[in-house]
Design a binder for this molecule. Structure first.
Ligand SMILES: [Zn+2]
Length: 210
């Protein structure tokens, strides 16, 4: 995508992830590490090295912060070719901004929630980014079936992957990481694939290779 759309989606991601915005550069570095070292000790978030999902998430957070705060340099192979917007990174990471987003969610609930029990869902909004990451990283390498032997524990967590826009078809994704369609079998469905095709059709992105 061109610079305009890159900035547009960077800003849109900030607005929609809000309180739990994750820095794209640090995210990209961790994701590349995950693919290179899938389910080995150098994998930043393999469920097979932690006793529970909480412990894995806390360790992932530490590794993420090392890159987000430039505390350690990533390996050379994992650098470059990611969007960077230092101003948004700085604003999004301010405690005042994260708390303002959280307050906005609370006010939204006060205004629109129709039952008291709904408020127990609030933490999901506060930590949407990490919650999503924890589900994908834990379940996608633990539960489901494997269509391919990728030399790791990646699984296709079908059918609940539909709630995560197809991202839980980790076994397919690790088999062919550059394939924009995570679905392989007739009963698998990757909603994000059709969004990518739509964005390509209307000219927001240009698919390099189908
Ligand atoms: Zn994976």
């Amino acid at each position: 995508m061109n610079k305009f759309w890159e900035r547009f989606f960077y800003a849109l991601t900030f607005i929609s992830q809000g309180a739990s915005f994750l820095n794209p550069r640090a995210y990209a570095i961790m994701h590349r590490m995950h693919h290179s070292y899938s389910d080995t000790e150098k994998d930043p978030h393999s469920p097979h090295f932690f006793k529970d999902v909480w412990q894995m998430t806390m360790e992932t957070k530490n590794i993420y912060l090392n890159y987000a705060k430039f505390r350690i340099e990533p390996e050379k192979a994992f650098r470059g070719s990611y969007p960077e917007w230092p101003l948004v990174d700085k604003i999004s990471d301010m405690w005042a901004v994260r708390i303002l987003f959280a307050l906005f969610y609370i006010i939204f609930y006060i205004k629109f929630a129709s039952a008291l029990w709904m408020f127990i869902l609030l933490p999901v909004h506060f930590f949407m980014g990490p919650v999503h990451g924890a589900i994908v990283n834990w379940c996608g390498h633990k539960y489901g079936y494997a269509s391919y032997d990728n030399n790791d524990f990646s699984k296709n967590t079908v059918p609940i992957d539909i709630f995560l826009m197809g991202e839980l078809m980790q076994n397919n994704h690790h088999k062919s990481p550059n394939n924009i369609n995570f679905a392989k079998k007739w009963y698998e469905f990757d909603p994000a694939f059709f969004i990518i095709i739509l964005m390509n059709t209307i000219g927001i992105i240009k698919i390099r290779k189908l």
